[in-house]
Design a protein around this ligand. Structure first.
Ligand code: ZN
Length: 316
């Protein structure tokens, strides 16, 4: 974190020293950082967005806990992509998804191992007559066991601090990628995946053609879902409406910044028309490719300029 922000500070200094005073003052935000953060809360208005794509209907729940949950409608069943940060939130989300389509949940896909995407899963096992398939990258369970086991005490302490979990009610504005972290509202509902893959998985579930691709970035086990018939992309946490967490304040392990750029390029190669991210609002139309391109360029810029300055001997 420090490393990247120091780099950004250096870059801003270079930019400001190359601009005239007039240009710099135009770039100065008119609102304070707190006001900007309050404005950003609009991104997390509690709501289910529904889209009619060429392949069928897709619903996305935003603002319930920290992460989104997505439901893709199939012929005789539906698929959930990311199960929310708790069974508490999953229960509220599913009560709204069911109003859209009441068919059984045939599969739950994890975009990666983080609890805000996986801790709601046991809710779907206890409410469905037939056990849904749990699908993830082959390394997801390894990383999950490490978080729940080996590094649990320190990661919990750091995450609690980073997400402002213990702040008095009303003092937390939002946590950047969501309104608040609600993992402690119910017991951990992570369920071990039973269908995993290495590089890619093409599978048909409930009449839905799914393509899953390993996409290292925000985590090493990250995947993205491409629905060719729906022209729809679920990028997991490799894109959301904040600057990418190339390094987290809570000090998680190394994030593959160059791999992140490659993963975004892989997504762009499909020319998606709908984007259903796991944090912040969905996008459609021309904004999808524009956003993917700006995002990958920003990450590559930080990476390349950091390496350039490292090669000059600069240190964090
Ligand atoms: Zn997340």
């Amino acid at each position: 974190m420090k490393f990247n922000y120091i780099f950004v500070a250096v870059f801003l200094f270079i930019v400001s020293s190359c601009s005239s005073e007039n240009e710099v003052s135009q770039e100065t935000p008119k609102t304070s950082k707190v006001e900007q953060l309050i404005e950003h809360s609009k991104e997390f208005e509690k709501k289910v967005y529904s889209y009619d794509t060429p392949g069928g209907k897709i619903h996305i729940a935003v603002g319930f806990g920290i992460a989104n949950s997505i439901m893709v409608e199939g012929i005789d069943g539906n698929i959930i992509i990311d199960s929310a940060d708790s069974t508490f939130e999953a229960s509220e989300i599913y009560s709204l998804f069911k109003l859209k389509n009441n068919n059984p949940i045939k599969a739950v896909i994890y975009t990666h191992n983080h609890g805000d995407h996986t801790f709601g899963t046991s809710f779907y096992l206890t409410t469905q007559e037939q056990r849904p398939k749990i699908i993830a990258h082959e390394s997801t369970d390894f990383y999950m066991q490490r978080i729940l086991g080996i590094i649990e005490p320190i990661i919990t302490k750091r995450s609690t601090r980073m997400f402002g979990t213990t702040l008095p009610e009303g003092e937390l504005i939002n946590v950047g990628i969501g309104p608040s972290l609600n993992v402690s509202k119910s017991p951990i509902g992570y369920v071990k995946p039973d269908v995993t893959f290495d590089k890619e998985l093409k599978i048909n579930i409930a009449g839905i053609n799914l393509e899953l691709y390993h996409a290292p970035g925000e985590t090493n086990d990250q995947l993205f879902v491409w629905l060719p018939d729906h022209l729809s992309l679920m990028p997991g946490d490799n894109i959301y409406k904040t600057f990418p967490n190339l390094y987290t304040i809570r000090g998680t392990t190394h994030r593959d910044v160059a791999g992140w750029v490659n993963s975004l390029d892989h997504m762009r190669s499909f020319n998606p028309q709908f984007l259903f991210p796991s944090h912040t609002k969905p996008l459609s139309g021309i904004a999808v490719m524009e956003t993917l391109t700006i995002y990958r360029d920003a990450i590559q810029f930080v990476h390349d300029q950091t390496v350039r300055l490292m090669n000059k001997g600069l240190t964090p």
